[in-house]
Ligand binder design. Sequence first.
Ligand SMILES: [Zn+2]
Length: 138
Amino acid sequence: MSHANGEVILGDCVIGYFEYDGTSDVVAGGRYYDTREEVYKNWRKQPTVWCEDGEHPKVGVFLYTDYAYGYFWPAVICPTCNIVTEGRYPSDELIQNRIAHATGIKYYWDSWPLDGHPLRVGIQDISYDWSWPCEAES
Ligand SMILES: [Zn+2]
């Protein structure tokens, strides 16, 4: 199908879930949820939302989708709003370069998105100035 599952990964944790629109290659609507059930409840009718509070802390994460063979890329979220604020499109070079600058991970820049899942390929450390209590994926 053209829509697929997505995960928000912070450090070695999956902290959220989203619907990925594989036709437009974008996080559908921009919101992520605490559970997959909430994603399915809004499947194909995700409202487009943005964080409208510049004071909210932003956090560098990876977004993963199982679309096609599965791939991931860096992004920025607002954990207060549960919204992806930058990097909704894995191919958006302008945004990715800004993220790379903010997170200091320019090293990987030329190859986004990368195939696979960040936790399974061992690339996970792009989070910055934020800690999130969660359980590591086993
Ligand atoms: Zn916000």
